[in-house]
Design a protein around this ligand. Sequence first.
Ligand SMILES: *Cc1c(COP(=O)(O)O)cnc(C)c1O
Length: 355
Amino acid sequence: MQPRDLSAHTPYEAGRGIEETARELGVDPEDLVKLSSNENAWGPSPKAVVAIREAAAAVHAYPKASHADLQAALADRFDVADGQVWLANGGDGALDYLARALLAPGDEVLVPEPGFAYYAMSARFHHGRVNEYPLRKAEDFEQTAEGVLDAYDGERVVYVTSPHNPAGTEMPPDEVRALADRTNDDTLVVVDEAYGEFSETPSAVSLLGERDDVAVLRTFSKAYGLAGCRLGYAVVPDDWADAYARVNTPFAASEIACRAGLAALEDDDHVERTVEGARESREYMYEHLDCPTWESGGNFVLAEVGDGTRVFEAAKREGVIVRDTTSFGLPECVRITCGTPEMTERAVGTVNDLL
Ligand SMILES: *Cc1c(COP(=O)(O)O)cnc(C)c1O
């Protein structure tokens, strides 16, 4: 027997792990600089690490209180009702819940191209069909309501990434409002703010008080440094917040993830250090990379290096792992995650030598 026809489904290509690459090159992982997956170069929140240790002794029980407490803490932060926070196994898990809640078989979604691969994957898992809207390099990947609406054809879900991965551009809440105003009443605009903490642009959560057709995605994987815990969430309109209980996988966020998230939320120092470090790293890259870059609202910079795959392969042999953006449809670029000053300087020096 066979699974259902999965020929339209493409596997997610994650940036290579540091241990895999070290094994392949026959070197010590300590000697590698990994700036390919937009992970937090300053590590996890130290408070989260303590919370994870403490949670270890309680993992025989289902995570009930911690899940409710984290929902409440996030709801408080965004000034929404607890039920409007849909915790999930990573931001990706929250995208799945939105697709489960919104899509009937054959419904269409609209995704940015280039863009984050999981929007389309998630829609297809849920028997949806995928259309694309372009972000154009010639327009510096600018994100406007008009640009999305040019491609919009009544899709059920429209995905906006702000700050955008991999380009770094943003769509401020006024522009999201303009977009949502002109899409159909039953079209949901999902604003993916996976990198929102790194940006000075206000969150689109501010729109949720006035409308029922915008949802916002957030994650603990980036600024909070908890990518390995798998913890993210959607903030959804009050009107249909109760759909969560009908679509979620029971206890979708683990006890360890919820405890880590609660502690990380309290650790302002760690977030500040991370955001400030990322800002310095971005500035260094704009200034010192000998190739075109784009200003980024995230913890990464897109750089036009000519042949992204060649630079990626050659940099890897020098122990510096960047992201080849060929799978994003940008074979002439690489994406470099922000790192500590030492990491950033080594990455920039290595890439410059290869140009
Ligand atoms: C990293 C990322 C996410 C979420 O990642 P998780 O680790 O699943 O939380 C979502 N959207 C974009 C654009 C991302 O880069």
